[in-house]
Design a protein around this ligand. Structure first.
Ligand SMILES: Cc1ncc(C[n+]2csc(CCOP(=O)(O)OP(=O)(O)O)c2C)c(N)n1
Length: 517
């Protein structure tokens, strides 16, 4: 057995049985090993941002790492933006990057680069496996790191000779068992209970696994008992919502709106969330969104057992049996008519969202008001971009669809964002993934028009405005999708939007609807 096969066997033995790849010469032994070892689902992405984003989406739905295969420093560099998003979402990934044979590196060949240096900022752990006899143990360590609580990005660099040399005696290593998340301290529970019992206005700010149904339900009981509010951070790795679940709002993106929400929120109890920070600094506006005169108490961090923490808090407050507040009643808005507007899209989604759907939200400015209209739709998951690097949505949809083949995935895509990783459509077609992509075609980087004003630019000139336009030429999403094997339709009014979306939702496979705003 060579090192590559030893690594593939170690991955499969360690429960990592999906590999998103974009290989090159230095990874050929790994690619060959994929056929020698049964059990690995291999998915080709035609750009590395598709590969890393897909691994992110897979983890978000299963809580289990997938592996990637990237080609040296430049391949890794192409995948970094979505690796950044994955890291911010606390997604565990075994990120495998090929490297030249160890003795070849000194010769500074064209593709030679400092791979560890490129990997470090977007990884939680980086290791170059220097020999074929070490690769099994190194692979097992990467798996163990990736599946900690929270998940981590473990970058394992695989030199070509490590892959092709003969591996150690049995060639397979088992990762250390997953350790249980840390338990919340009694002191933290008492402090949170005291804050909520103080009579001052307070809000639970939830993140991570506190956004799953059980955590939300406990938060709802605490809210019913104490009168506190419930909020989430602006972007969530995965939020379970819909009819029958506790309804929560996100902190808005726009700073003035966020400040108003935070003023009303009062003191914060942090449960897997951090004190909120604005996405950007703006002249004359604060970076920290905590309202003046308010304070926060940390009940539990992202590395702790958040459901158990909420349970302990509910116990301390005598709220365990209190019926939860804010349960969303089943509600479907009426289908809208006329021109396609952000509000009409919100209503259409609320009217049509199927039960158990996974919504990957990269709707940017168009989707700011999608939550109220979809809150009463049948139970579903809602995924946001936690790293702010656009182009995450369609790749994450791929990973989610592979993780959950029985669930409908809906990717809400700003047209600007979708262009970053549009190669995703080809992978969706090739793998027959059940993803409906809704392109929000406003022909512009609309959000940045607002940002020009927000940073204080008055009367921007034609060159500035032109940098925010996607016109000249217009993008033809129907042609782009068809060119990659995905059926598509253009909708210019609400009736066509409803028809197109319904067609996508009715099939079992990829479909794209271009909604012209
Ligand atoms: C990798 C990366 N490049 C650039 C940006 C800056 N940026 C943020 S939003 C945006 C435009 C998004 O356009 P679109 O998806 O069409 O949404 P819209 O603004 O029209 O709602 C850009 C370029 C970013 N966040 N990430």
């Amino acid at each position: 057995m060579n090192g590559a096969e030893s690594l593939v066997r170690t991955l499969i033995g360690g429960g990592v049985n999906v590999c998103f790849t974009n290989p090159g010469t230095s990874e050929m032994h790994f690619v060959a090993a994929l056929d020698k070892v049964p059990g690995m689902r291999c998915v080709l992405g035609l750009f590395e941002g598709v590969v890393t984003g897909a691994a992110d989406g897979y983890y978000r739905m299963l809580g289990r790492p997938a592996s990637t295969l990237l080609h040296l420093g430049p391949g890794l560099a192409n995948g970094l933006a979505n690796l950044h998003n994955a890291k911010k979402a606390h997604s565990g990934i075994v990120n495998i990057v090929g490297e030249h044979a160890t003795y070849h590196i000194a010769h500074d060949a064209p593709l030679t680069s400092d791979i560890e240096g490129v990997a470090a900022p977007m990884s939680d752990w980086v290791k170059t496996s220097r020999t074929a006899s070490a690769i099994a143990a190194d692979g097992a360590e990467a798996i163990a790191v990736a599946r900690q609580t929270p998940g981590r990005v473990a970058t394992l660099i695989l030199p070509a000779d490590t892959a092709w040399d003969v591996a150690g005696a049995d060639g397979i290593a088992a990762p250390a068992p997953r350790s249980a998340p840390r338990k919340v301290s009694e002191a933290a529970v008492s402090a949170a209970a005291a804050l909520l019992g103080s009579g001052e206005r307070a809000t639970l700010l939830l993140g991570g696994d506190a956004l799953k149904q059980q955590g939300l339900e406990l938060a709802g009981r605490i809210a019913a008992k104490t009168g506190c509010g419930i909020l989430t951070e602006g972007a969530n790795a995965r939020l379970e919502r819909g009819a029958g679940r506790v309804e929560v709002d996100r902190i808005p993106y726009v700073v003035d709106k966020a400040l108003a929400v935070m003023r009303a929120a009062g003191n914060l109890v942090l449960v897997g969330a951090r004190e909120p920070v604005a996405f950007f600094a703006y002249p004359g506006k604060p970076s920290l969104l905590m309202a003046e005169g308010t304070r926060s108490v940390k009940l539990a961090g992202i590395d702790e057992d958040l459901e158990a923490a909420l349970k302990a808090l509910a116990d301390a407050l005598g709220a365990t049996a209190t019926p939860p507040a804010r349960l969303a009643a089943p509600r479907r808005p009426a289908l809208p008519t006329g021109a396609i507007t952000p509000a009409a899209i919100a209503a259409t989604l609320g009217a049509l969202l199927p039960e158990n759907a996974i919504v990957v939200d990269e709707s940017v400015s168009t989707g700011r008001e999608f939550f109220p209209e979809t809150a009463g739709a049948p139970p579903h998951d809602w995924i946001n971009n936690r790293g702010g690097s656009i182009g995450y949505g369609m790749p994450v949809a791929i990973g989610a669809a592979i993780a959950c083949p029985d669930r409908k995935v809906i990717a809400l895509e700003g047209d600007g964002s979708a262009m970053y990783t549009l190669q995703s459509l080809w992978t969706m077609a090739r793998e027959g993934l059940d993803v409906t992509v809704l392109i929000l075609a406003n022909g512009s980087y609309n959000i940045l028009r607002g940002e020009l004003a927000n940073v204080g630019v008055r009367n921007p000139g034609p060159r500035a405005v032109d940098m925010l336009s996607l016109r000249r030429p217009d993008l033809d999403w129907v042609a782009l999708a068809r060119g990659m094997g995905v059926e598509a339709v253009r909708a210019k009014d609400c009736a066509a939007l409803c028809k197109g979306l319904s067609a996508g939702l009715a099939r079992n496979g990829p479909y794209l609807v271009e909604a012209v705003l």
